[in-house]
Design a protein around this ligand. Sequence first.
Ligand SMILES: [Zn+2]
Length: 355
Amino acid sequence: MHPKIDMHSHIMPERLPDWADKFGYDGFIHLVHHKPGFARMMQGEKFFREIASNCWEPGLRIREYDTHGTQVQVVCTIPVLFSYWAKPADGLDISMFLNDHLAEICSLYPRHYIGLATVPMQDTDLAIQELERCKKLGLPGIQIGSNINNKNLSEPEFMPIYEACESLGLAIMVHPWNMMGKGDMEKYWLPWLVGMPAETSRAACSMIFSGVFEKYPRLRVCFSHAGGSFLPTIGRIAHGYECRPDLVAVDNPVHPRSYLGKFWVDSITHDPLLLEYVLKLQGSKRVCLGSDYPFPLGDLDIGKFIEEMDLPSNVKEDIFVNATLEWLDLKAEDFFESKHEERSDRKSIAQQSER
Ligand SMILES: [Zn+2]
């Protein structure tokens, strides 16, 4: 079995402050530990979801990951905790609390955990302030939502944040949340099955068409869930760009297909055929193993379907390790023993950096 880094998983602290009490208004996530090993996530008085101790217990998670042959977890908060809707100073307070928790886990288990910070995207200056602090904490990137309080990632107010990420060398993971049309399609779990892939495409199109990748060419961005519906509908998106440039190419003249293989996506497709297609478009150095652990819609066998696919060993090594290391600008030797199978990883990473 190949060594593995899972670049898409969620973690949270076992205990959260009483933010509603602290800030004087409601709507924040809090936890009710109603039975051993489980807790109810509550949004104000509304039940959001039940979680188990593998959502907060780092040692237990390492043991569970070990059963799937996965050594390293890239962890970030659960999007419902972004709290972009809160007052900016309170959003900063929440971000700092969550980021300190991530940094603590990473310092306790440096070979098993890599943390992606959250920042108060509702306030550009405070977001950059927290970015700079997270850089000092040693977190190599951030996770942001696919929209920020329904504003698209193309808005001018987000450009200084991308610029700061580029200059600080911080990677960005874009995660779908706050799904469009949610109120119109609650039945059948449609916000998660239909809304999430559309959200990620919304984010990718917004960043591409507003020229984010032209303005900040060294910015390293990964789109969750294999880019959502962006890659499966790239033909339509490209055709739209060609037939109605007056609508599509108003801020960036570059063809959307030219960005394929420039950003990263994760492998969460639940479908070998789709993953083959994604690999064809992106190349194996731009497809990272992801799981969405520990949530039920995730690939909770953590890349087992990829192990079983008839792919060359070097392609699997790229997906399982190299793509994520390059995205986060990290080195294999910080996580893996110098065993036989890891030596080839390090060699190919050294080759990449020589280019
Ligand atoms: Zn996720």
